[in-house]
Design a protein. Structure first.
Ligand SMILES: C[S@@+](CC[C@H](N)C(=O)[O-])C[C@H]1O[C@@H](n2cnc3c(N)ncnc32)[C@H](O)[C@@H]1O
Length: 249
């Protein structure tokens, strides 16, 4: 099946860039602080960032003292932006689909990925391939959309709200139906894969990983009150899920 490369669509890319660059965005306000808090010591380590996008995380790992960082992504536009805005001597960016990572003939101390595995059709294979790219004892830290957030088919609003716009409930539909979903986000036909929590956990465990930590995204009361339009629904369900895994033989 052809891999979706929506980030190279001009309209999608420009809109995503605006969302990601806005001071109040889900990545910087929610995802990144949790992901960074789950990383092992980065100083002196080799790091692979799968789906590095515009390179913000790769640059953070470089600034944290990584020996070198390799960022891979399917999107030419995202990589061009990364090379222009988030480069460093010890960062290499390479165009590569996550489905092809077994072609990387290297092993890393840390493998990481932020909000990219939603696009993986075969999560079992991806987990097995990541395992092969890691040194013994290496850590794998990643985030993806929470299954409660991907259990939405776009037929109804994401939240049921009061007339004043207060979010009363999150609308979850067909949680048990796994597979590709096409929903409206930035464009009309944004595609991602929904899977249940047990499917995600079993893909990790079956690849041979030990799960050391799992987190679900959370937002402080202060942030929720200050930015209700962005974060008003975050008590009803988490947006993201995070895992730290160890390769242990
Ligand atoms: C939501 S963005 C996250 C980017 C970055 N990790 C961040 O946190 O800002 C998802 C990224 O996954 C990349 N992507 C989507 N499908 C991919 C695939 N099959 N292989 C590699 N990268 C992919 C996109 O090009 C995009 O850069």
């Amino acid at each position: 099946m052809a891999k979706q490369n929506i980030y190279d669509n001009e309209n999608f890319f420009e809109n995503f860039k605006d969302i990601r660059s806005n001071e109040i965005n889900f990545n910087d306000c929610i995802e990144t602080p949790i992901l960074l808090s789950m990383l092992p010591e980065v100083n002196g380590k080799s790091v692979l960032d799968i789906g590095c996008g515009m390179g913000q995380h790769a640059k953070q790992y470089s600034d944290m003292g990584a020996k070198f960082v390799m960022g891979i992504d399917i999107s030419e536009k995202m990589l061009k932006y990364a090379k222009e805005h988030f480069c460093a001597k010890n960062i290499t960016y390479q165009q590569m689909a996550l489905e092809n990572i077994s072609a990387l003939a290297k092993q890393f101390d840390i493998v990481t990925s932020s909000l990219t595995f939603d696009y993986a059709e075969d999560l079992d294979e991806l987990m097995r391939n990541v395992y092969q790219l890691m040194k013994d004892g290496a850590r794998f830290v990643f985030s993806m959309s929470h299954p409660m957030a991907t259990a939405w088919d776009g037929k109804y609003d994401r939240y049921t709200c009061t007339e004043l716009g207060e979010r009363l409930y999150a609308n979850i539909s067909n949680y048990m139906v796994e597979g590709k979903r096409s929903v409206k986000w930035v464009v009309d036909d944004y595609e991602l894969y929904h899977r249940t929590l047990s499917t995600i956990v079993n893909a990790i465990v079956n690849a041979g990983f030990l799960i050391e930590k799992c987190e679900e995204s959370h937002v402080s009361d202060a942030m929720r009150k200050k930015y209700p339009a962005q974060f008003g629904g975050t008590l009803h369900r988490p947006d993201f899920i995070f895992f730290r895994c160890k390769k242990s033989i």
